[in-house]
Design a protein around this ligand. Structure first.
Ligand SMILES: NC(=O)c1ccc[n+]([C@@H]2O[C@H](COP(=O)([O-])OP(=O)(O)OC[C@H]3O[C@@H](n4cnc5c(N)ncnc54)[C@H](OP(=O)(O)O)[C@@H]3O)[C@@H](O)[C@H]2O)c1
Length: 307
């Protein structure tokens, strides 16, 4: 074959905002790099995300095909006391990003949350269901979705996800395993039910959506549902930590922000677009514990198994 006739597809280029330090952003940046993308993952010190001029200059210098925004004000309870700070990040950044991308042929995938729903439903929330956030965090995240969609409706994907666990940064599962090592029993709420999701699987789902010329709302979570108590008990059991996990109602663990009692997300639009059905969260949790955490102090010396 005449080698001169072989054309190689140029690597796709991405910016992952939050990709340097975020729980999800860091895994997304790695996943894209592993898939051959050229990835820029700026931290706070690299670009002022809230300045239109600075963000535009950064984007022009990187020449991305796609900008992924994982940056958010994610402290759900603290947001109740700092609504303006939360709004600045959760609405202000997607608005600024949308403004900059309006005049540039760049797509955007923005991460949002199950907390845009009020939790009063008892069947999984679809992308057609009406949001009704009950917290400052949820309200400001919804404002961010709308601000981006308003500015670049045909080039924006809003990917709502939930209950993240994964490598690289403290998360609920890691916290629970730490407590299970120190205590013989633990109380965890049982009356909030959601969609536990592995960041590695979420990143793979985002990569799939990036390959499709699509836009609008998507729900991206692992399959199945669990209460916080079930998730904690399953993690402790997998790690073989001898700690009893007791179910308690939310009113015995008061928190400042109101959380949805039920926020399971329906991923059928993702499956319709990509042909892929996300795997169950329990399977993903096994991978997290046995691949990502196995050699950490959280579960070292606690199991009879050798792996
Ligand atoms: N974690 C969950 O369970 C969960 C559930 C549903 C939806 N989500 C959504 O998923 C996305 C990722 O969440 P995550 O848990 O990965 O978040 P995270 O670990 O808290 O990371 C947030 C990222 O945003 C950056 N950031 C925050 N404020 C900033 C600011 N003012 N200027 C510049 N950078 C700023 C942080 O940088 P620094 O490290 O410098 O602070 C960090 O890189 C968010 O959109 C979140 O709403 C998360």
């Amino acid at each position: 074959m005449d080698q001169s006739s072989v054309s190689s597809t140029p690597a796709r280029r991405a910016i992952v905002l939050g990709g340097k330090t975020g729980l999800f952003g860091s895994t997304l940046a790695r996943t894209l790099r592993d898939a051959g993308w050229i990835v820029h993952a700026p931290g706070r010190e690299d670009v002022d995300l809230f300045s239109e001029d600075a963000l535009a200059a950064y984007i022009d210098a990187c020449e991305p095909d796609m900008v992924f925004n994982t940056v958010a004000y994610t402290q759900v309870d603290k947001a109740e006391d700092e609504p303006e700070q939360a709004r600045r990040v959760n609405r202000g950044l997607p608005a600024n990003l949308g403004q900059v991308l309006r005049t540039r042929p760049v797509r955007c995938l923005h991460i949002s949350t199950d907390f845009v729903f009020n939790g009063k439903q008892s069947t999984p929330y679809t992308v057609e269901d009406t949001p009704d956030p009950q917290s400052v965090y949820g309200s400001t995240k919804l404002e961010g979705e709308l601000a981006l969609l308003e500015r670049i409706p045909d080039r924006a994907i809003i990917a709502r996800t939930a209950w993240l666990f994964g490598p690289g940064k403290k998360n609920f599962v890691q916290t629970i395993l730490g407590l299970c090592r120190e205590r013989s029993s633990l109380n965890v709420v049982h009356d909030q039910v959601g969609s536990p999701t592995y960041t590695v699987d979420l990143a793979a789902m985002c990569l799939q959506l990036a390959k499709h010329e699509t836009s609008g709302l998507y729900h991206l979570v692992n399959a199945g549902q669990a209460s916080w108590c079930e998730l904690a008990a399953e993690a402790a059991a997998l790690a073989e930590l001898p700690c009893a996990v007791h179910a308690i109602p939310s009113n015995e663990y008061p928190q400042k922000a109101c959380r949805p009692a039920y926020s399971v997300l329906d991923t059928s639009r993702f499956t319709e677009t990509t042909g892929i059905t996300p795997r169950p969260w329990i399977q993903a949790l096994r991978d997290y514990i046995f691949h990502d955490l196995w050699n950490t102090e959280l579960i070292q010396n606690t199991s009879q198994h050798s792996r």
